[in-house]
Write a protein that binds this ligand. Structure first.
Ligand SMILES: [Zn+2]
Length: 283
């Protein structure tokens, strides 16, 4: 289901890949769970992030040499909780939440896919937690990689104001029986982009949605050529391997996906096509 709050003018502009989608919201239902995709930022992407791209594939899938690059966050309302999945840069997010009538203090939980700056930028300002009541959940492996005792960095600074409200978990294996992290939400390992990169499966009334974080950065080429990794990937080979596994899994099981760097509406379905996959955006 699509409940768009965009104007018709904006929607028609999207069709030609306008770069003016900051603050755009796309709303979607997963059973009794409401998912609001919040565009944090949109702009032209550069193919220089692609590691050793195949020239022919590049000419075929990104003929102009540029593509739409987006940063998104997701506001998830389950029957008993208000949850954010990542926080973007922490800019448009707060305006979009206001549009949806959600105060930062109402957020019960922030789930982090990983600790890159475009995912944790909304956690704190001036060493104060911007979600004063939220618990912050992240993979133990991700925390161990970025947060070293005695050394500060932006990841440590982002988590510090949450103190004992930071909770770590060990994500489960794709396809295995996994206990819920929160009711209706499972954390699944997708290591490669970063050592603890985690994707979240939402499930309600038999419907599912996989919010897959940074499994992809340049969808135009990475759906048809899933082995294409990017320079942001800590382990490009592992990133490609888990991308292939997850794409196969969601295609076989008809599970819609959502991504932090997919382009508005950033939610859709995946089908096998040749040696790769095709993405169909949700409506
Ligand atoms: Zn990212």
């Amino acid at each position: 289901m699509k409940v768009s709050i965009l104007s018709g003018i904006f929607l028609s502009a999207m069709a030609v890949h306008s770069f003016a989608a900051d603050n755009a919201i796309f709303s979607y239902k997963v059973g009794r769970i409401e998912v609001h995709m919040l565009v944090e930022n949109q702009g032209p992407g550069n193919t220089s992030i692609l590691i050793n791209p195949d020239r022919a594939a590049l000419d075929r899938y990104i003929p102009g040499g540029t593509y739409t690059s987006e940063v998104n966050t997701f506001l998830v309302k389950t029957p008993d909780r208000i949850i954010l999945v990542d926080t973007g840069f922490g800019r448009a997010l707060f305006d979009s939440m206001k549009t949806l009538g959600v105060e930062p203090a109402q957020v019960d939980a922030v789930l982090l896919t990983h600790l890159h700056g475009d995912h944790i930028g909304g956690l704190e300002r001036d060493d104060k937690a911007l979600f004063p009541k939220a618990k912050v959940y992240l993979a133990q492996q991700e925390k161990d990689y970025w947060i070293k005792p005695g050394t500060g960095n932006s990841a440590a600074k982002a988590l510090a104001p949450y103190g004992s409200r930071v909770e770590t978990f060990r994500p489960g294996e794709l396809g295995a029986a996994i206990a819920d992290l929160l009711p209706g939400i499972k954390a699944i390992a997708a290591f490669g982009h970063t050592p603890g990169h985690t994707v979240f499966m939402l499930e309600s009334d038999g419907k599912r949605l996989l919010i897959w974080g940074d499994l992809m950065h340049a969808e135009l080429i990475q759906f048809p050529v899933p082995d294409q990794s990017v320079s942001y990937d800590t382990d490009p080979l592992a990133a490609a391997a888990i991308r292939r596994r997850i794409l196969a899994y969601v295609a076989q099981n008809n599970i819609p996906v959502a991504g932090m760097h997919l382009v508005y509406p950033a939610i859709g379905t995946v089908t096998a096509a040749g040696n790769g996959y095709r993405f169909t955006q949700a409506e």
